[in-house]
Ligand binder design. Structure first.
Ligand SMILES: Cc1ncc(COP(=O)(O)O)c(C=O)c1O
Length: 442
Protein backbone atom coordinates (compact mmCIF):
# COMPACT_ATOMS: atom_id res chain seq x y z
CA UNK A 1 0.00 0.00 0.00
CA UNK A 2 3.01 2.25 0.63
CA UNK A 3 3.68 2.30 -3.08
CA UNK A 4 0.11 3.42 -3.81
CA UNK A 5 0.26 6.14 -1.16
CA UNK A 6 3.57 7.32 -2.56
CA UNK A 7 2.27 7.57 -6.10
CA UNK A 8 -0.91 9.34 -5.04
CA UNK A 9 1.11 11.90 -3.05
CA UNK A 10 3.41 12.42 -6.00
CA UNK A 11 0.42 12.83 -8.30
CA UNK A 12 -1.14 15.36 -5.95
CA UNK A 13 2.08 17.37 -6.14
CA UNK A 14 2.09 17.22 -9.95
CA UNK A 15 -1.54 18.35 -10.01
CA UNK A 16 -0.93 21.19 -7.53
CA UNK A 17 2.17 22.29 -9.50
CA UNK A 18 -0.02 22.53 -12.60
CA UNK A 19 -2.76 24.50 -10.88
CA UNK A 20 -0.36 26.82 -9.05
CA UNK A 21 1.43 27.82 -12.26
CA UNK A 22 -1.70 28.58 -14.30
CA UNK A 23 -1.13 32.34 -14.07
CA UNK A 24 2.22 32.10 -15.82
CA UNK A 25 1.46 29.44 -18.42
CA UNK A 26 0.28 30.27 -21.91
CA UNK A 27 -3.42 29.42 -21.90
CA UNK A 28 -3.02 27.43 -25.10
CA UNK A 29 0.21 25.47 -25.51
CA UNK A 30 2.49 26.08 -28.48
CA UNK A 31 3.48 22.43 -28.97
CA UNK A 32 3.00 20.76 -32.37
CA UNK A 33 1.13 17.53 -32.88
CA UNK A 34 4.35 15.94 -34.19
CA UNK A 35 6.18 16.86 -30.99
CA UNK A 36 3.41 15.30 -28.92
CA UNK A 37 3.40 12.11 -30.99
CA UNK A 38 7.14 11.95 -30.63
CA UNK A 39 7.01 12.32 -26.84
CA UNK A 40 3.98 10.14 -26.19
CA UNK A 41 4.16 7.59 -29.00
CA UNK A 42 6.32 4.62 -29.88
CA UNK A 43 5.67 0.90 -29.71
CA UNK A 44 3.84 -0.64 -26.76
CA UNK A 45 6.59 -1.77 -24.35
CA UNK A 46 6.74 -5.47 -23.65
CA UNK A 47 7.84 -5.10 -20.05
CA UNK A 48 5.95 -3.24 -17.30
CA UNK A 49 7.00 0.24 -16.20
CA UNK A 50 7.12 1.31 -12.59
CA UNK A 51 3.86 3.26 -11.82
CA UNK A 52 5.74 6.27 -10.38
CA UNK A 53 7.86 6.42 -13.52
CA UNK A 54 4.69 6.17 -15.63
CA UNK A 55 3.24 9.23 -13.87
CA UNK A 56 6.44 11.26 -14.05
CA UNK A 57 6.85 10.45 -17.72
CA UNK A 58 3.20 11.18 -18.41
CA UNK A 59 3.48 14.61 -16.79
CA UNK A 60 6.70 15.41 -18.63
CA UNK A 61 5.38 14.26 -22.01
CA UNK A 62 1.74 15.34 -21.81
CA UNK A 63 1.92 18.70 -20.00
CA UNK A 64 3.37 20.57 -22.98
CA UNK A 65 0.12 19.74 -24.78
CA UNK A 66 -2.28 20.43 -21.90
CA UNK A 67 -4.55 23.45 -22.37
CA UNK A 68 -4.83 25.62 -19.25
CA UNK A 69 -8.60 25.16 -19.18
CA UNK A 70 -8.79 25.65 -15.39
CA UNK A 71 -7.27 29.13 -15.87
CA UNK A 72 -9.50 32.17 -15.38
CA UNK A 73 -8.49 33.33 -18.87
CA UNK A 74 -9.89 30.37 -20.78
CA UNK A 75 -13.08 31.57 -22.49
CA UNK A 76 -13.49 28.97 -25.25
CA UNK A 77 -16.72 27.12 -26.07
CA UNK A 78 -18.71 27.01 -22.78
CA UNK A 79 -16.27 25.46 -20.35
CA UNK A 80 -16.09 25.75 -16.60
CA UNK A 81 -13.21 24.94 -14.27
CA UNK A 82 -13.36 22.78 -11.17
CA UNK A 83 -14.04 24.13 -7.68
CA UNK A 84 -11.52 22.54 -5.26
CA UNK A 85 -13.96 20.34 -3.33
CA UNK A 86 -15.31 18.79 -6.53
CA UNK A 87 -11.82 18.22 -7.95
CA UNK A 88 -10.86 16.45 -4.73
CA UNK A 89 -14.12 14.46 -4.79
CA UNK A 90 -13.28 13.45 -8.35
CA UNK A 91 -10.02 11.90 -7.15
CA UNK A 92 -11.91 10.02 -4.44
CA UNK A 93 -14.41 8.85 -7.06
CA UNK A 94 -11.53 7.18 -8.88
CA UNK A 95 -9.98 5.79 -5.72
CA UNK A 96 -13.33 4.39 -4.56
CA UNK A 97 -13.96 3.11 -8.10
CA UNK A 98 -17.64 2.34 -7.56
CA UNK A 99 -19.72 0.94 -10.38
CA UNK A 100 -22.64 3.30 -9.93
CA UNK A 101 -25.15 1.47 -12.09
CA UNK A 102 -26.79 -0.43 -9.26
CA UNK A 103 -27.32 0.34 -5.59
CA UNK A 104 -25.26 -2.77 -4.77
CA UNK A 105 -22.40 -1.36 -6.87
CA UNK A 106 -22.04 1.45 -4.33
CA UNK A 107 -24.80 2.42 -1.88
CA UNK A 108 -23.26 5.82 -1.13
CA UNK A 109 -22.93 6.58 -4.83
CA UNK A 110 -26.64 5.88 -5.22
CA UNK A 111 -27.75 7.92 -2.20
CA UNK A 112 -25.50 10.83 -3.08
CA UNK A 113 -27.15 11.07 -6.51
CA UNK A 114 -30.54 11.08 -4.78
CA UNK A 115 -29.47 13.91 -2.49
CA UNK A 116 -27.68 15.94 -5.18
CA UNK A 117 -30.58 15.33 -7.59
CA UNK A 118 -33.05 16.84 -5.09
CA UNK A 119 -30.72 19.81 -4.41
CA UNK A 120 -30.34 20.43 -8.14
CA UNK A 121 -34.09 20.40 -8.76
CA UNK A 122 -34.46 22.95 -5.98
CA UNK A 123 -31.68 25.16 -7.33
CA UNK A 124 -32.76 24.98 -10.97
CA UNK A 125 -36.49 25.45 -10.34
CA UNK A 126 -37.43 22.00 -11.61
CA UNK A 127 -40.47 20.37 -9.95
CA UNK A 128 -39.40 18.07 -7.08
CA UNK A 129 -41.43 15.18 -8.51
CA UNK A 130 -39.24 15.03 -11.64
CA UNK A 131 -37.02 11.99 -12.22
CA UNK A 132 -33.37 12.60 -13.05
CA UNK A 133 -30.10 11.03 -14.11
CA UNK A 134 -26.44 11.98 -14.07
CA UNK A 135 -24.97 11.41 -17.52
CA UNK A 136 -21.74 12.34 -19.31
CA UNK A 137 -22.83 15.73 -20.62
CA UNK A 138 -25.66 17.70 -22.13
CA UNK A 139 -25.35 15.66 -25.34
CA UNK A 140 -26.40 12.54 -23.44
CA UNK A 141 -28.90 14.51 -21.38
CA UNK A 142 -30.62 15.63 -24.59
CA UNK A 143 -30.41 12.08 -25.92
CA UNK A 144 -31.97 10.58 -22.78
CA UNK A 145 -34.79 13.12 -22.59
CA UNK A 146 -35.64 12.74 -26.28
CA UNK A 147 -35.57 8.93 -25.95
CA UNK A 148 -38.21 9.29 -23.24
CA UNK A 149 -40.22 11.82 -25.26
CA UNK A 150 -40.03 9.79 -28.51
CA UNK A 151 -42.70 11.29 -30.82
CA UNK A 152 -43.17 11.24 -34.58
CA UNK A 153 -42.81 14.96 -35.15
CA UNK A 154 -40.06 17.19 -33.74
CA UNK A 155 -39.80 20.98 -33.92
CA UNK A 156 -36.65 22.92 -33.04
CA UNK A 157 -35.64 26.57 -33.30
CA UNK A 158 -33.29 27.58 -36.11
CA UNK A 159 -30.41 27.95 -33.62
CA UNK A 160 -30.95 24.56 -31.98
CA UNK A 161 -27.76 23.13 -30.52
CA UNK A 162 -26.04 20.46 -32.61
CA UNK A 163 -26.34 17.94 -29.78
CA UNK A 164 -30.15 18.03 -30.02
CA UNK A 165 -30.18 17.26 -33.72
CA UNK A 166 -27.50 14.61 -33.18
CA UNK A 167 -29.57 13.03 -30.40
CA UNK A 168 -32.57 12.91 -32.75
CA UNK A 169 -30.42 11.28 -35.43
CA UNK A 170 -29.03 8.69 -33.00
CA UNK A 171 -32.58 7.90 -31.91
CA UNK A 172 -33.72 7.42 -35.48
CA UNK A 173 -36.12 10.35 -35.15
CA UNK A 174 -34.80 12.00 -38.31
CA UNK A 175 -34.32 15.67 -39.06
CA UNK A 176 -36.49 18.11 -37.09
CA UNK A 177 -38.74 20.77 -38.56
CA UNK A 178 -37.10 24.13 -38.09
CA UNK A 179 -38.95 27.05 -36.53
CA UNK A 180 -37.67 30.57 -37.27
CA UNK A 181 -35.38 32.29 -34.77
CA UNK A 182 -34.75 36.02 -34.29
CA UNK A 183 -31.42 37.85 -34.51
CA UNK A 184 -30.40 36.64 -31.04
CA UNK A 185 -31.21 33.02 -31.86
CA UNK A 186 -34.50 32.93 -29.90
CA UNK A 187 -37.27 30.78 -31.31
CA UNK A 188 -40.09 32.99 -32.64
CA UNK A 189 -43.17 32.04 -30.63
CA UNK A 190 -45.61 33.07 -33.39
CA UNK A 191 -43.77 30.84 -35.87
CA UNK A 192 -44.11 27.92 -33.45
CA UNK A 193 -47.83 28.63 -33.02
CA UNK A 194 -48.21 28.65 -36.78
CA UNK A 195 -46.26 25.38 -37.19
CA UNK A 196 -48.36 23.68 -34.52
CA UNK A 197 -51.65 24.87 -36.01
CA UNK A 198 -51.96 21.74 -38.14
CA UNK A 199 -51.58 18.91 -35.62
CA UNK A 200 -49.67 16.09 -37.29
CA UNK A 201 -49.30 13.40 -34.66
CA UNK A 202 -47.49 13.32 -31.32
CA UNK A 203 -44.96 16.13 -31.26
CA UNK A 204 -41.85 17.24 -29.39
CA UNK A 205 -40.94 20.93 -29.16
CA UNK A 206 -37.26 21.50 -28.33
CA UNK A 207 -36.72 24.88 -26.72
CA UNK A 208 -33.46 26.38 -25.59
CA UNK A 209 -32.39 28.19 -22.44
CA UNK A 210 -29.06 29.81 -23.35
CA UNK A 211 -28.03 29.85 -27.01
CA UNK A 212 -24.41 28.75 -27.25
CA UNK A 213 -23.21 31.93 -29.01
CA UNK A 214 -25.46 34.67 -27.64
CA UNK A 215 -26.71 33.19 -24.36
CA UNK A 216 -30.27 34.14 -25.45
CA UNK A 217 -33.33 32.39 -24.06
CA UNK A 218 -36.31 31.24 -26.08
CA UNK A 219 -39.57 32.87 -24.91
CA UNK A 220 -40.31 29.94 -22.62
CA UNK A 221 -43.69 30.93 -21.12
CA UNK A 222 -45.17 31.51 -24.56
CA UNK A 223 -43.61 28.34 -25.99
CA UNK A 224 -44.77 26.27 -23.00
CA UNK A 225 -48.35 27.50 -23.41
CA UNK A 226 -48.31 26.80 -27.16
CA UNK A 227 -46.80 23.35 -26.69
CA UNK A 228 -49.30 22.48 -23.98
CA UNK A 229 -52.26 23.63 -26.09
CA UNK A 230 -51.03 21.39 -28.93
CA UNK A 231 -50.47 18.43 -26.58
CA UNK A 232 -46.75 18.48 -27.45
CA UNK A 233 -43.88 17.34 -25.23
CA UNK A 234 -41.70 20.32 -24.34
CA UNK A 235 -37.98 19.66 -23.94
CA UNK A 236 -35.66 22.44 -22.71
CA UNK A 237 -31.95 22.29 -23.57
CA UNK A 238 -30.42 24.46 -20.89
CA UNK A 239 -26.81 23.25 -20.88
CA UNK A 240 -25.72 26.40 -19.08
CA UNK A 241 -28.77 28.70 -19.26
CA UNK A 242 -30.82 26.72 -16.73
CA UNK A 243 -28.36 27.88 -14.07
CA UNK A 244 -29.75 31.42 -14.37
CA UNK A 245 -32.39 30.10 -11.97
CA UNK A 246 -29.75 30.17 -9.22
CA UNK A 247 -29.65 33.98 -9.33
CA UNK A 248 -32.70 36.04 -8.24
CA UNK A 249 -31.64 38.81 -10.63
CA UNK A 250 -31.42 36.45 -13.64
CA UNK A 251 -34.15 33.93 -12.83
CA UNK A 252 -36.68 35.84 -14.97
CA UNK A 253 -34.77 34.55 -18.03
CA UNK A 254 -35.78 30.96 -17.28
CA UNK A 255 -39.33 31.68 -16.16
CA UNK A 256 -41.62 29.16 -17.84
CA UNK A 257 -38.96 26.42 -17.95
CA UNK A 258 -40.68 24.76 -14.98
CA UNK A 259 -43.60 23.94 -17.29
CA UNK A 260 -41.48 21.66 -19.50
CA UNK A 261 -41.71 17.88 -19.73
CA UNK A 262 -37.94 17.35 -19.74
CA UNK A 263 -34.76 19.34 -19.16
CA UNK A 264 -31.10 18.83 -20.07
CA UNK A 265 -28.19 20.66 -18.48
CA UNK A 266 -24.56 20.31 -17.44
CA UNK A 267 -22.67 20.35 -14.19
CA UNK A 268 -19.29 20.56 -15.91
CA UNK A 269 -20.07 24.00 -17.31
CA UNK A 270 -21.36 26.53 -14.80
CA UNK A 271 -21.33 24.43 -11.65
CA UNK A 272 -17.58 24.00 -12.26
CA UNK A 273 -17.18 20.30 -11.58
CA UNK A 274 -14.44 18.42 -13.48
CA UNK A 275 -15.34 16.75 -16.76
CA UNK A 276 -17.60 15.01 -17.26
CA UNK A 277 -21.07 15.46 -15.84
CA UNK A 278 -24.41 16.26 -17.46
CA UNK A 279 -27.90 16.10 -15.98
CA UNK A 280 -31.30 15.15 -17.32
CA UNK A 281 -34.66 15.65 -15.61
CA UNK A 282 -38.04 14.36 -16.64
CA UNK A 283 -41.48 15.39 -15.38
CA UNK A 284 -42.85 11.92 -16.19
CA UNK A 285 -41.07 9.42 -13.95
CA UNK A 286 -42.77 6.32 -15.24
CA UNK A 287 -42.16 7.24 -18.88
CA UNK A 288 -38.49 7.91 -18.04
CA UNK A 289 -38.07 4.54 -16.40
CA UNK A 290 -39.99 2.66 -19.08
CA UNK A 291 -37.85 4.15 -21.87
CA UNK A 292 -34.43 3.93 -20.22
CA UNK A 293 -34.55 1.12 -17.61
CA UNK A 294 -32.97 -2.29 -18.14
CA UNK A 295 -33.51 -5.80 -16.81
CA UNK A 296 -31.25 -8.85 -16.69
CA UNK A 297 -31.42 -11.95 -14.53
CA UNK A 298 -28.00 -11.43 -12.99
CA UNK A 299 -28.60 -7.83 -11.95
CA UNK A 300 -29.16 -7.66 -8.23
CA UNK A 301 -31.84 -5.05 -7.85
CA UNK A 302 -32.65 -3.02 -4.79
CA UNK A 303 -36.22 -2.69 -3.63
CA UNK A 304 -37.42 0.00 -6.03
CA UNK A 305 -39.49 1.73 -3.38
CA UNK A 306 -36.54 2.21 -1.06
CA UNK A 307 -33.33 2.47 -3.11
CA UNK A 308 -32.25 3.93 -6.43
CA UNK A 309 -30.65 1.74 -9.09
CA UNK A 310 -29.21 4.33 -11.47
CA UNK A 311 -29.41 1.99 -14.49
CA UNK A 312 -33.15 2.62 -14.46
CA UNK A 313 -32.60 6.25 -15.38
CA UNK A 314 -29.29 6.49 -17.29
CA UNK A 315 -28.54 5.10 -20.74
CA UNK A 316 -25.20 3.81 -19.39
CA UNK A 317 -24.94 0.43 -17.68
CA UNK A 318 -21.60 0.37 -15.85
CA UNK A 319 -20.81 3.95 -14.98
CA UNK A 320 -18.72 6.37 -12.98
CA UNK A 321 -20.16 7.64 -9.70
CA UNK A 322 -20.73 11.16 -11.00
CA UNK A 323 -22.74 12.32 -8.01
CA UNK A 324 -19.74 12.73 -5.70
CA UNK A 325 -18.29 15.73 -7.54
CA UNK A 326 -21.65 17.45 -7.83
CA UNK A 327 -22.45 16.84 -4.17
CA UNK A 328 -19.05 18.21 -3.14
CA UNK A 329 -19.42 21.28 -5.37
CA UNK A 330 -22.91 22.06 -4.08
CA UNK A 331 -21.92 21.52 -0.46
CA UNK A 332 -18.79 23.64 -0.72
CA UNK A 333 -20.49 26.48 -2.58
CA UNK A 334 -23.90 26.45 -0.99
CA UNK A 335 -26.80 28.16 -2.73
CA UNK A 336 -25.06 31.51 -2.28
CA UNK A 337 -21.80 30.30 -3.82
CA UNK A 338 -23.55 29.02 -6.97
CA UNK A 339 -25.40 32.33 -7.25
CA UNK A 340 -22.09 34.20 -6.91
CA UNK A 341 -20.42 32.18 -9.68
CA UNK A 342 -23.34 32.83 -12.01
CA UNK A 343 -23.59 36.55 -11.22
CA UNK A 344 -19.87 37.24 -11.17
CA UNK A 345 -19.24 35.53 -14.53
CA UNK A 346 -22.15 37.47 -16.06
CA UNK A 347 -20.71 40.72 -14.66
CA UNK A 348 -17.34 39.89 -16.26
CA UNK A 349 -19.12 39.26 -19.58
CA UNK A 350 -20.77 42.70 -19.41
CA UNK A 351 -17.44 44.30 -18.58
CA UNK A 352 -15.85 42.61 -21.62
CA UNK A 353 -18.60 43.99 -23.83
CA UNK A 354 -18.15 47.52 -22.41
CA UNK A 355 -14.36 47.61 -22.54
CA UNK A 356 -13.87 45.90 -25.90
CA UNK A 357 -16.37 48.38 -27.35
CA UNK A 358 -13.60 51.01 -27.08
CA UNK A 359 -11.56 49.20 -29.72
CA UNK A 360 -11.77 50.45 -33.32
CA UNK A 361 -13.88 48.27 -35.60
CA UNK A 362 -15.48 46.36 -32.72
CA UNK A 363 -19.09 45.33 -33.33
CA UNK A 364 -21.12 43.69 -30.57
CA UNK A 365 -23.49 41.09 -32.04
CA UNK A 366 -25.47 40.01 -29.00
CA UNK A 367 -27.44 41.43 -26.14
CA UNK A 368 -25.25 40.41 -23.23
CA UNK A 369 -27.99 38.88 -21.10
CA UNK A 370 -25.85 36.13 -19.58
CA UNK A 371 -22.19 35.03 -19.66
CA UNK A 372 -21.70 35.05 -23.45
CA UNK A 373 -20.26 37.90 -25.52
CA UNK A 374 -20.41 37.66 -29.31
CA UNK A 375 -18.59 40.20 -31.46
CA UNK A 376 -16.58 40.83 -34.58
CA UNK A 377 -14.32 43.39 -36.19
CA UNK A 378 -14.62 45.16 -39.56
CA UNK A 379 -14.45 42.07 -41.78
CA UNK A 380 -14.20 38.30 -41.57
CA UNK A 381 -10.45 38.51 -42.25
CA UNK A 382 -9.88 41.13 -39.59
CA UNK A 383 -11.98 39.17 -37.07
CA UNK A 384 -9.97 36.00 -37.67
CA UNK A 385 -6.71 37.94 -37.51
CA UNK A 386 -7.51 39.54 -34.14
CA UNK A 387 -8.70 36.20 -32.76
CA UNK A 388 -5.54 34.44 -33.95
CA UNK A 389 -3.32 37.11 -32.39
CA UNK A 390 -5.05 36.85 -29.02
CA UNK A 391 -4.89 33.05 -29.12
CA UNK A 392 -1.20 33.15 -30.04
CA UNK A 393 -0.41 35.65 -27.29
CA UNK A 394 -1.06 32.86 -24.77
CA UNK A 395 -2.76 35.43 -22.52
CA UNK A 396 -6.26 34.08 -23.12
CA UNK A 397 -8.05 31.58 -25.29
CA UNK A 398 -11.39 32.15 -26.98
CA UNK A 399 -13.09 30.42 -29.84
CA UNK A 400 -14.43 31.68 -33.13
CA UNK A 401 -17.79 31.01 -34.73
CA UNK A 402 -19.98 32.06 -37.61
CA UNK A 403 -23.03 34.15 -36.76
CA UNK A 404 -25.55 34.77 -39.50
CA UNK A 405 -22.95 34.07 -42.17
CA UNK A 406 -20.23 36.31 -40.71
CA UNK A 407 -17.12 35.34 -38.74
CA UNK A 408 -17.36 36.21 -35.07
CA UNK A 409 -15.56 35.73 -31.76
CA UNK A 410 -17.20 34.28 -28.66
CA UNK A 411 -16.27 34.91 -25.07
CA UNK A 412 -17.84 32.54 -22.63
CA UNK A 413 -17.13 33.36 -18.99
CA UNK A 414 -17.92 30.14 -17.16
CA UNK A 415 -14.99 29.62 -14.81
CA UNK A 416 -15.33 30.29 -11.09
CA UNK A 417 -11.72 31.56 -11.04
CA UNK A 418 -12.06 34.36 -13.59
CA UNK A 419 -11.07 37.57 -11.80
CA UNK A 420 -11.04 41.28 -12.64
CA UNK A 421 -7.34 40.89 -13.32
CA UNK A 422 -8.08 38.12 -15.86
CA UNK A 423 -10.56 40.40 -17.62
CA UNK A 424 -8.00 43.24 -17.67
CA UNK A 425 -5.24 40.98 -19.03
CA UNK A 426 -7.57 39.68 -21.73
CA UNK A 427 -8.75 43.16 -22.75
CA UNK A 428 -5.07 44.20 -22.92
CA UNK A 429 -4.36 41.19 -25.18
CA UNK A 430 -7.18 42.35 -27.47
CA UNK A 431 -5.74 45.88 -27.55
CA UNK A 432 -2.34 44.52 -28.53
CA UNK A 433 -3.94 42.34 -31.21
CA UNK A 434 -6.02 45.18 -32.63
CA UNK A 435 -3.15 47.69 -32.67
CA UNK A 436 -0.45 45.19 -33.75
CA UNK A 437 1.68 46.78 -36.44
CA UNK A 438 0.18 50.25 -35.80
CA UNK A 439 1.27 53.09 -33.57
CA UNK A 440 -0.73 52.37 -30.37
CA UNK A 441 -3.49 54.95 -30.01
CA UNK A 442 -3.80 54.49 -26.26
C1 LIG B 1 -27.13 24.72 -25.49
C2 LIG B 1 -26.18 23.56 -25.44
N1 LIG B 1 -26.67 22.30 -25.51
C3 LIG B 1 -25.86 21.24 -25.46
C4 LIG B 1 -24.50 21.38 -25.33
C5 LIG B 1 -23.62 20.15 -25.30
O1 LIG B 1 -23.10 19.96 -24.01
P1 LIG B 1 -21.99 18.84 -23.71
O2 LIG B 1 -20.76 19.32 -24.40
O3 LIG B 1 -21.90 18.84 -22.24
O4 LIG B 1 -22.48 17.54 -24.26
C6 LIG B 1 -23.95 22.66 -25.26
C7 LIG B 1 -22.49 22.86 -25.18
O5 LIG B 1 -21.99 23.97 -25.16
C8 LIG B 1 -24.82 23.78 -25.30
O6 LIG B 1 -24.35 25.03 -25.21
Amino acid sequence: MDETRGILRRTADHAADFLETLDDRPVFPSVTVEELREKLGGPLPVEPTDPAVVIDQLVAAAEPGVVAIPSGRYFGFVIGGAVPASLAADWLTSAWDQNAGLYVGGPSASVIEEVAGAWLKDLLGIPQGASFAFVTGCQMANFTALAVARRVRVLCGAKVHATVTRALRLLGLGTPEIVAADDQGRMVADALREALRDAAGPTIVCAQAGEVNTGAFDPLPDIAETARAAGAWLHVDGAFGLWAAASPSLAHLVAGAELADSWATDAHKWLNVPYDCGLVFCAHREAHRAAIGVQAEYLIRGDEDTVRDQVDWTPEFSRRARGFTVYAALLSLGRRGVQEIVEQTCAHARRFADELAELPGFELLNEVVLNQVLFRFESDERTDEVLRRVQESGEAWLSGTVWDGRRAIRISVSNWQTSDDDVERTVAAFKDAVYAGQAPAR
